[in-house]
Design a protein around this ligand. Structure first.
Ligand code: SF4
Length: 255
């Protein structure tokens, strides 16, 4: 994950599919059809797309997602084995020694703010949720360090509740595909949600993030080597020469 640490005060509201837009461009039907075609192509390309953070419980995923702000999943996965071995429950985090946690998570960046969030998270879980991670968006976003993006990651991957995770890759690709014109994560979430059945939301998030990391980069997308070239309205934003584009493709894994 690569966005800034999340705010803990955002109001909770379940995502609602965006109303039918009367925007210029392709008709709504054509837009939905093309979006679902892109999703099918991505499913073939990344049949095992999944959350690249390592975890074995909702609490571990919550902590890992907080640590992933402005940091690669790979780096987080190097740090969490020690952290998760040392702290197993919300009670452990609530009573954690601040210096010790800071030392463990230091290499993920913003380690003081992240330590504050992690310890505060443990305390909030103990005080308000009996030490358990709640499985509702409106509860999750009240926790320290947990915004809508983090909440949707946890809901989708640890609880099986469909959710769209709008990180930097998801937002960029959604705009390139013409699914939204917005830079606001919540609006992107709503507009994209309206194009797909709920059952696809979580895995669609993984597929876009995987494609963004490997092919559709922010600065120089590898258009000439992209499976989606025929379907993508932004084809040509990056090099279209197959050899030049091929050199831009990153192979992963990123965890
Ligand atoms: S064609 Fe280019 S802009 Fe479109 S998804 Fe592929 S790499 Fe990204």
């Amino acid at each position: 994950m690569s966005s800034a640490p999340s705010s803990s005060t955002a109001p909770a509201a379940p995502v609602a599919a965006a109303p039918v837009a009367a925007a210029p461009g392709p008709s709504r039907t054509a837009l939905v059809r093309r979006a679902r075609r892109i999703n099918r192509e991505l499913a073939e390309l990344y049949p095992d797309a999944h959350c690249e953070l390592d975890f074995s419980s909702p609490l571990e995923l919550l902590i890992a997602t907080i640590l992933s702000a402005q940091c690669t999943d790979k780096r987080v996965n190097l740090v969490t084995p020690l952290l998760f071995a040392r702290y197993r429950t919300a009670v452990d985090y609530a009573a954690a020694d601040r210096d010790e946690v800071e030392k463990i998570v230091m290499s993920t960046g913003f380690f003081r703010a992240k330590t504050t969030s992690i310890i505060g998270l443990g305390q909030a879980l103990c005080e308000r949720f009996g030490g358990e991670v709640p499985a509702r968006l409106r509860d999750l976003v009240t926790l320290p360090g947990v915004g809508r993006k983090t909440a949707n990651v946890v809901l989708g991957n640890a609880f099986g509740v469909p959710g769209i995770t709008v990180d930097t890759h998801f937002g960029r690709l959604s705009r390139r595909f013409g699914w939204t014109t917005s830079d606001e994560p919540e609006k992107v979430e709503q507009e994209v949600a309206g194009l797909f059945p709920r059952s696809e939301w979580t895995v669609l998030s993984h597929r876009l993030i995987w494609h963004g990391r490997r092919v559709c980069h922010s600065r120089r997308p590898a258009c000439g080597a992209c499976t989606l070239a025929r379907l993508c309205p932004a084809f040509g934003e990056g090099p279209t020469d197959p050899v030049v584009a091929g050199r831009l493709v990153k192979s992963g894994p990123f965890s």
